[in-house]
Design a protein around this ligand. Sequence first.
Ligand code: T3D
Length: 263
Amino acid sequence: MAFETIQFALTDGVARLTLNRPEKLNAFTARMHEELRSALTDIDSNASVRVLLISGAGRGFCAGQDLSERAMAGSAQNFDLGSTLEQNYNPLLRRLRKLPYPVVCAVNGVAAGTGRNFALACDIVIAAKSASFTEIFSRIGLIPDAGETYVLPRLIGMARAMALSILADPVSAEQAEAWGLIWKCVPDEKLHEEAELLAKRLAAAPTKALGLIKKAIYASPQNTFDTQLSLEANLQREAGLSEDFKEGVSAFLEKRAARFIGH
Ligand code: T3D
């Protein structure tokens, strides 16, 4: 598929996906969702991918749903937003969560509404100092969606999640880091470099183990201590059978750098 609203490239184990409607702050359109589905299908079918790096072109990361596709003032038309979530956003977020390797998001500017929640669905989020995370939904008469009511209380606690969701105040990248909403805030001019370094580091890591770490961490909030111990034992059994574990141990004993292959 020819991409018009995203850029997509794959080199050296790193899949790079850039939202590319800079004049509209990369707001999601139906076309963009179609292109994202296609890119993720390419990624799924390529065994060499070991990390996905997501970012946005221009001064914004993503301003959520393109509201020009939802304009209906004075018309008799209504949209079933539950249905558009089920068709577009929810499958996208589920796919990101299920990828068996890390997804890094480099937030280069404002991330609003579903744009913010798309970023927060990624495994490691770094943001430029000038970026911001803006709630939006309650400002336009909607409830937070795209996983926000799941992710936010778990990341920053009930009090902050509730106030942010109701008040829809923007959160600066520095504040987001201080609250634990994201991993790290970096100077604007360093974002691209830091994101690339991180992606390359992860692409050379024991990817299978990183995918299993994702499973364990994401399962943790729902599990009891006992259930989580059993899950860890099962996942560790799997990790222990990997080529990368053998290589990691050999490299340690031979006092050399490990050469991981991702399985
Ligand atoms: O399917 C579904 O519908 C499911 C439900 C989805 C829920 C959502 O995602 S709801 C959230 C929708 N997003 C918004 O409400 C955000 C709207 N945008 C803004 O509030 C502001 O643009 C920002 C706070 C994000 C940034 O402000 P600022 O001043 O830096 O930029 P700007 O001038 O407002 O925007 C620049 C351009 O992008 C401008 O276009 P123009 O006038 O230069 O031609 C603006 O209209 C456009 N733009 C920004 N956000 C959107 C957008 N166009 C369409 N849809 C947008 N969401």
